[in-house]
Each structure stands twice: as structure tokens, then as C-alpha cells.
Design a binder for this molecule. Structure first.
Ligand SMILES: [Zn+2]
Length: 402
């Protein structure tokens, strides 16, 4: 099947009819549909599909299982996410293999398509959970105890989906079989449009992390509690949102509070608690630390002024990633030889490729996003650009696997 045909099939899975956004959370029904679809497509291509102990899927092409060229991405989404984040890399990988098979290419080195689980961390709050487990970047017992918003643990969710959660953990043997990993991903940002290029090669990923802030106040009556007597956690929370924006601007960084829970959540009451998540990213660790320190100390000061207690803790942290120079150069050469000019870009978005880069020579390709919008139903890539991405990926697989 062509890219467009594959895309057409995957497109409706896990899409919310109301918002048009995707709710492909890991270990849910939508996730099961996406996984089943991937398995069916890979099997049709003659690939041997295996689920690993962490719930990632691997579809193998070739006689051996050594020194493999891996490519792929994820199919889970953020709440009401776009259709391209993750899915583009998975569909492009399938389409690239089909393109190579059509021209009777047979890989010397095996090619393996990877589908990573819980990349977004939308359900269990730790991004790239599948690749982190595989590389040992998170302890299995820590992962098993992660909970979603309904208090369901990862272990429970995996068990309910028919997966043995007691077996999760590092896979040195599997990592040792991968000689290189190339992840194609939709661009998240708008750097390619002004450069008039369909595809870019990633240089690296900014360091980034998530912090949870618990503002604890006192529930009260909105109609009777005097302003002076209130311990309203919404006030320091609101000022912290503004402080995050300012600190990011001052440090050339990005800081976002995109998730907030007000408890108990009554429209006619002062909240008892506000829980907010700070996501911060910067070109280097010094600027990231400066940004986060500023935000957290401001939050602490505002809380004190409002009689609210604050506890803040880091939920995840990913150091800067520099993709493998040798692999990047080889990819650039392969694309240039075929007449494709691919600029080199850094990104603030985390990816499984960033986690694997610590262990395996890793590179990424970005496909132009004309508006730059991502993590939103408005996320988009033109079909012609997606097809250019497939061609680029096929060229790279052919070059690396021969
Ligand atoms: Zn992604």
C-alpha cells in the first residue's frame, strides 16, 4: 500500500469525533486498535512482528537479528493530539519498507520497525516510557507503580491489556542487536517552511523536564469567606503561570503550564488545592536550570504571601541529546546524492530517539509542518512532504542496510 492508503486506514483510529483530536492513550482500546493495525500491516509486508517485555513492538525484515537498522516511532497521543506526531514515523517506516520491497531491495543488515509504547507520557506522566524501560532509564518497579488520572497503575493497565507487567525492564540483548536507529517525525515548530525544504535532519534535542507543583490551600465558601481570610491556592498558581512565561523569555527557554487540576473543583468555592505541571526546555542545561529555579522560587514566594503551602518535585528529566555525527553525515550524504537538500535543525521536543541516543547511534528526520502547530488537532503535514519523507527514509534504510 502507498503512504496515502496506509494513512487513510490509520487516520480514524482513536480520533475523538467532537474535537477531531486523537486520544490514543497507552493500554486503552484505541491503543489496542493502533497496535493491531501496525501488526496487520507489518505482517502483510512479510515482517516478523514481536512484542517485547515492555510492550514495544518490533517488526523484523531480514535473515539475521544482528546490527539491525531500526526505524519507527509511536502511535500514542497527547490529549486531543494531532494525527501526525508519532504516526507519521510509523506509517512512513511501513511505506519505506514497501517501497524498497517493490524495487526488489533485500537488506544485508536487518531492518526492524519499532513501535514504542507511552511515548507522550499522556497517561502515566513519564514520556518515552517504552524506550526508557528498554534502556534501563527508569526502574521497572518505579514504572509499574506509575498511576494515571484515575489511579490505575501501569501494572494494572498492562495486565488488563493482556501484557505481563512483571516482566518489564531493561533489554540489553535487544539494544545490542540494533546498530542504528533513525526516527522520522513531523516537525514540531516552524523552521522548515521558510527554508523551503520538505525534510530536515535533526541535530539534537534540548534538555527538558516536567515538574509537579502542589499548591495546598483551604477550601472555603465563595460567597461568605472574606478575601483577607482566604488561603486560595489559585492565586499563587496563577502568578506562577505568568512567572514561568517571564522566566522562559528571560532565559531564551520555553516554559509551559499546560495541565492543572483544581480541587475539589467547585465553581462556587475557593479551591483546597491546585496541582499544576510545569514543562520546561532550553537550548542548554544552564539556561534550563536558571528558568526552573526562577519559576519554583517565585511559586514559593507567592505561596507564602497567600498562606498556601507549596511542594514541588521533578517528575521527569531528559538531558540534552546530540545525535550521532557519523550517522548524521551519512544520512546527509545519502540524501544529497539523491538530490534532496535537508537542513539541520535542533528541537525542543523529546522523542524515543533521544532516549535511544544514549545507547545506540541515533538520528532523526523531520518532515515539514507548514503551520508549526503540534500537539493539537490542527497539526498537519502536506501529503507531498510526507511522501518526500518516505522517499528520504527509504534512501537512508537502503544506504545503511546494504
Ligand atoms: Zn512524537
Amino acid at each position: 500500500m502507498t503512504f496515502a492508503e496506509l494513512w487513510h486506514e490509520l487516520e480514524p483510529l482513536g480520533r475523538d469525533p467532537g474535537t477531531g483530536g486523537y486520544r490514543r492513550y497507552s493500554w486503552t482500546e484505541a491503543d489496542a486498535q493502533c497496535r493491531a493495525w501496525f501488526i496487520a500491516q507489518a505482517t502483510k509486508l512479510g515482517l516478523a512482528v514481536e512484542a517485547d517485555n515492555n510492550g514495544n513492538l518490533w517488526a523484523w525484515w531480514g535473515d539475521t537479528r544482528e546490527n539491525a537498522i531500526a526505524t519507527g516511532s509511536h502511535l500514542d497521543s497527547v490529549p486531543d493530539g494531532g494525527g501526525y506526531d508519532g504516526a507519521l514515523g510509523v506509517v512512513s517506516a511501513l511505506a519505506a519498507v514497501e517501497m524498497l520491497k517493490d524495487k526488489n531491495f533485500y537488506p544485508e543488515r536487518p531492518v526492524v520497525l519499532a513501535l514504542f509504547t507511552e511515548e507522550e507520557g499522556a497517561r502515566f506522566r513519564v514520556p518515552c516510557l517504552g524506550s526508557r524501560l528498554m534502556t534501563g532509564a527508569i526502574a521497572p518497579e518505579t514504572a509499574r507503580a506509575l498511576t494515571d488520572d484515575d489511579g490505575i497503575t501501569l501494572a494494572q493497565a498492562m495486565t488488563a491489556a493482556g501484557h505481563d507487567a512483571s516482566a518489564i525492564g531493561p533489554r540489553e540483548d535487544l539494544l545490542g542487536r540494533i546498530g542504528a536507529f533513525v526516527e522520522l517525525h513531523v516537525e514540531q515548530g516552524r523552521a522548515l517552511a521558510p527554508l523551503d525544504a520538505a525534510v530536515a535532519i535533526a541535530k539534537g534535542i534540548w534538555p527538558h523536564g516536567r515538574w509537579r507543583l502542589d499548591f495546598q490551600g483551604r477550601a472555603d465558601h465563595a460567597g461568605t469567606a472574606r478575601l483577607a481570610d482566604r488561603k486560595d491556592p489559585m492565586l499563587p498558581y496563577a502568578r506562577t503561570v505568568l512567572a514561568a512565561r517571564r522566566a522562559a523569555a528571560d532565559n531564551g527557554a520555553l516554559a509551559t503550564i499546560g495541565k492543572v487540576i483544581a480541587e475539589p473543583g467547585g465553581a462556587n468555592g475557593v479551591s483546597s488545592a491546585v496541582i499544576a505541571w510545569l514543562d520546561a526546555r532550553a537550548p542548554d542545561e544552564a539556561r534550563l536550570e536558571a528558568t526552573v529555579t526562577t519559576v519554583l522560587s517565585a511559586a514559593m514566594r507567592y505561596s507564602k504571601e497567600c498562606g498556601v503551602t507549596l511542594s514541588a518535585r521533578q517528575e521527569s528529566y531528559t538531558p540534552p541529546v546530540h545525535f550521532d555525527q557519523g550517522l548524521r553525515d551519512r544520512i546527509a550524504d545519502a540524501l544529497a546524492t539523491a538530490g534532496m537538500q535537508a537542513p539541520v535543525l535542533a528541537t525542543g521536543a523529546g522523542h524515543d530517539a533521544g532516549v535511544l541516543a544514549a545507547r545506540v547511534p541515533t538520528a532523526m528526520l523531520f518532515v515539514r509542518n507548514p503551520t508549526g502547530v503540534s500537539h493539537s488537532p490542527a497539526e498537519h503535514a502536506d501529503l507531498a512532504d510526507c511522501e518526500a519523507g518516505v522517499r528520504a527514509l527509504a534512501l537512508i534504510l537502503e544506504d545503511l542496510a546494504q
